[in-house]
Design a binder for this molecule. Structure first.
Ligand SMILES: [Zn+2]
Length: 169
Protein backbone atom coordinates (compact mmCIF):
# COMPACT_ATOMS: atom_id res chain seq x y z
CA UNK A 1 0.00 0.00 0.00
CA UNK A 2 0.98 3.59 -0.43
CA UNK A 3 3.58 2.81 -3.06
CA UNK A 4 4.94 5.98 -4.58
CA UNK A 5 3.83 5.95 -8.21
CA UNK A 6 6.52 5.53 -10.82
CA UNK A 7 4.79 7.62 -13.44
CA UNK A 8 2.04 10.09 -12.88
CA UNK A 9 -0.28 11.34 -15.58
CA UNK A 10 -2.10 14.50 -14.64
CA UNK A 11 -5.59 15.21 -15.90
CA UNK A 12 -4.27 17.80 -18.35
CA UNK A 13 -2.06 15.14 -19.90
CA UNK A 14 1.14 16.28 -18.27
CA UNK A 15 3.33 13.37 -17.35
CA UNK A 16 5.69 13.17 -14.43
CA UNK A 17 8.47 10.97 -15.69
CA UNK A 18 9.96 8.22 -13.61
CA UNK A 19 13.25 9.09 -12.07
CA UNK A 20 15.23 5.88 -12.04
CA UNK A 21 18.52 7.13 -10.84
CA UNK A 22 20.32 6.79 -7.62
CA UNK A 23 20.68 10.10 -5.86
CA UNK A 24 24.07 10.34 -4.29
CA UNK A 25 24.54 14.05 -3.86
CA UNK A 26 26.87 15.60 -2.97
CA UNK A 27 29.07 12.70 -4.00
CA UNK A 28 27.46 12.40 -7.41
CA UNK A 29 30.77 12.60 -9.22
CA UNK A 30 31.99 9.50 -7.46
CA UNK A 31 29.22 7.14 -8.32
CA UNK A 32 30.26 3.61 -9.08
CA UNK A 33 26.96 2.12 -10.17
CA UNK A 34 26.90 -0.26 -7.24
CA UNK A 35 24.10 0.89 -4.92
CA UNK A 36 25.67 -0.46 -1.77
CA UNK A 37 29.02 1.09 -2.55
CA UNK A 38 27.33 4.37 -3.44
CA UNK A 39 25.40 4.50 -0.18
CA UNK A 40 28.62 3.84 1.72
CA UNK A 41 30.27 6.72 -0.14
CA UNK A 42 27.25 8.95 0.43
CA UNK A 43 27.36 8.29 4.17
CA UNK A 44 31.06 8.97 4.28
CA UNK A 45 30.57 12.31 2.51
CA UNK A 46 28.14 13.51 5.17
CA UNK A 47 30.18 12.12 8.05
CA UNK A 48 27.87 9.28 9.09
CA UNK A 49 29.46 5.97 10.03
CA UNK A 50 28.34 3.29 7.55
CA UNK A 51 26.65 0.94 10.00
CA UNK A 52 24.79 -2.10 8.72
CA UNK A 53 21.46 -0.45 9.43
CA UNK A 54 22.31 2.80 7.68
CA UNK A 55 23.64 0.94 4.66
CA UNK A 56 20.60 -1.29 4.38
CA UNK A 57 18.05 1.46 4.95
CA UNK A 58 20.01 3.85 2.74
CA UNK A 59 19.99 1.30 -0.02
CA UNK A 60 16.24 0.74 0.32
CA UNK A 61 15.66 4.50 0.33
CA UNK A 62 17.88 5.72 -2.46
CA UNK A 63 18.15 2.87 -4.94
CA UNK A 64 14.66 3.44 -6.33
CA UNK A 65 14.87 7.02 -7.51
CA UNK A 66 13.05 9.98 -6.03
CA UNK A 67 10.24 9.11 -3.69
CA UNK A 68 8.31 10.06 -0.61
CA UNK A 69 8.16 7.53 2.13
CA UNK A 70 6.98 7.35 5.72
CA UNK A 71 8.86 5.56 8.49
CA UNK A 72 6.14 2.89 8.52
CA UNK A 73 6.47 2.31 4.77
CA UNK A 74 10.25 1.98 4.99
CA UNK A 75 9.93 -0.34 7.97
CA UNK A 76 7.62 -2.57 5.99
CA UNK A 77 10.02 -2.60 3.03
CA UNK A 78 12.89 -3.53 5.30
CA UNK A 79 10.99 -6.47 6.74
CA UNK A 80 9.94 -7.57 3.29
CA UNK A 81 13.60 -7.43 2.25
CA UNK A 82 14.32 -9.67 5.26
CA UNK A 83 16.22 -6.98 7.06
CA UNK A 84 15.05 -7.19 10.66
CA UNK A 85 15.01 -3.68 12.09
CA UNK A 86 12.77 -1.96 14.61
CA UNK A 87 10.48 0.91 13.72
CA UNK A 88 12.38 3.03 16.25
CA UNK A 89 15.63 2.41 14.41
CA UNK A 90 13.96 3.33 11.13
CA UNK A 91 12.77 6.60 12.69
CA UNK A 92 16.20 7.38 14.11
CA UNK A 93 17.93 6.65 10.84
CA UNK A 94 15.48 8.77 8.85
CA UNK A 95 16.03 11.68 11.22
CA UNK A 96 19.81 11.29 11.06
CA UNK A 97 19.65 11.30 7.25
CA UNK A 98 17.45 14.39 7.39
CA UNK A 99 19.86 16.22 9.71
CA UNK A 100 22.66 15.84 7.17
CA UNK A 101 20.33 16.82 4.29
CA UNK A 102 20.25 13.46 2.56
CA UNK A 103 16.50 13.57 3.04
CA UNK A 104 13.91 16.28 3.38
CA UNK A 105 11.11 16.01 5.83
CA UNK A 106 7.67 16.91 4.52
CA UNK A 107 5.01 17.20 7.19
CA UNK A 108 1.62 17.04 5.55
CA UNK A 109 -0.59 17.09 8.59
CA UNK A 110 -0.17 16.39 12.25
CA UNK A 111 -0.12 12.65 11.85
CA UNK A 112 1.89 12.11 8.69
CA UNK A 113 5.50 12.88 8.00
CA UNK A 114 7.04 11.92 4.71
CA UNK A 115 10.72 11.70 3.99
CA UNK A 116 11.71 12.84 0.53
CA UNK A 117 14.76 11.35 -1.16
CA UNK A 118 14.80 14.38 -3.43
CA UNK A 119 16.43 16.96 -1.19
CA UNK A 120 16.52 19.66 -3.86
CA UNK A 121 14.25 22.71 -3.80
CA UNK A 122 10.70 21.72 -4.76
CA UNK A 123 7.13 21.70 -3.56
CA UNK A 124 4.34 19.13 -3.34
CA UNK A 125 0.86 18.22 -4.32
CA UNK A 126 -0.86 16.16 -1.66
CA UNK A 127 -3.65 13.96 -2.91
CA UNK A 128 -6.17 13.93 -0.11
CA UNK A 129 -7.77 10.59 0.60
CA UNK A 130 -4.99 8.88 -1.30
CA UNK A 131 -2.19 9.99 1.03
CA UNK A 132 0.06 10.57 -1.94
CA UNK A 133 2.68 13.25 -2.48
CA UNK A 134 3.65 14.38 -5.97
CA UNK A 135 6.52 16.69 -6.75
CA UNK A 136 6.06 20.21 -8.04
CA UNK A 137 9.27 21.64 -9.48
CA UNK A 138 10.52 24.56 -7.40
CA UNK A 139 10.18 27.04 -10.26
CA UNK A 140 6.45 26.32 -10.71
CA UNK A 141 5.45 27.95 -7.47
CA UNK A 142 6.20 31.59 -6.90
CA UNK A 143 5.53 33.06 -3.52
CA UNK A 144 4.74 36.69 -4.08
CA UNK A 145 4.46 38.11 -0.65
CA UNK A 146 6.05 36.86 2.48
CA UNK A 147 5.19 37.84 6.01
CA UNK A 148 7.54 39.84 8.16
CA UNK A 149 9.49 37.38 10.27
CA UNK A 150 9.50 37.72 14.04
CA UNK A 151 12.38 39.65 15.54
CA UNK A 152 15.60 37.63 15.46
CA UNK A 153 14.42 35.10 12.86
CA UNK A 154 14.93 34.58 9.16
CA UNK A 155 13.14 32.32 6.72
CA UNK A 156 15.03 29.05 6.37
CA UNK A 157 12.92 27.45 3.68
CA UNK A 158 9.44 27.63 2.20
CA UNK A 159 7.53 24.41 1.69
CA UNK A 160 4.35 24.66 -0.28
CA UNK A 161 1.87 21.79 -0.07
CA UNK A 162 -0.98 22.12 -2.55
CA UNK A 163 -3.81 19.84 -1.51
CA UNK A 164 -5.69 18.06 -4.27
CA UNK A 165 -9.04 16.35 -4.27
CA UNK A 166 -10.98 14.77 -7.08
CA UNK A 167 -13.43 17.09 -8.79
CA UNK A 168 -16.97 16.06 -8.08
CA UNK A 169 -18.59 15.10 -11.38
ZN1 LIG B 1 9.25 15.63 -3.23
Amino acid sequence: MNETPRRVVFEDGRVELPVERLRVEPAAGRRTGCPFHDVREMLREVGLRPTRQRLALGWLLFAKGDRHITAEMLHEEALRARFPVSLATVYNTLHQFTEVSLLREVAVDGSKTYFDTNSSEHHHFYVEGDSRLLDIPGAEVLVDKLPVTPEGYEIARIDVVVRLRRKSA
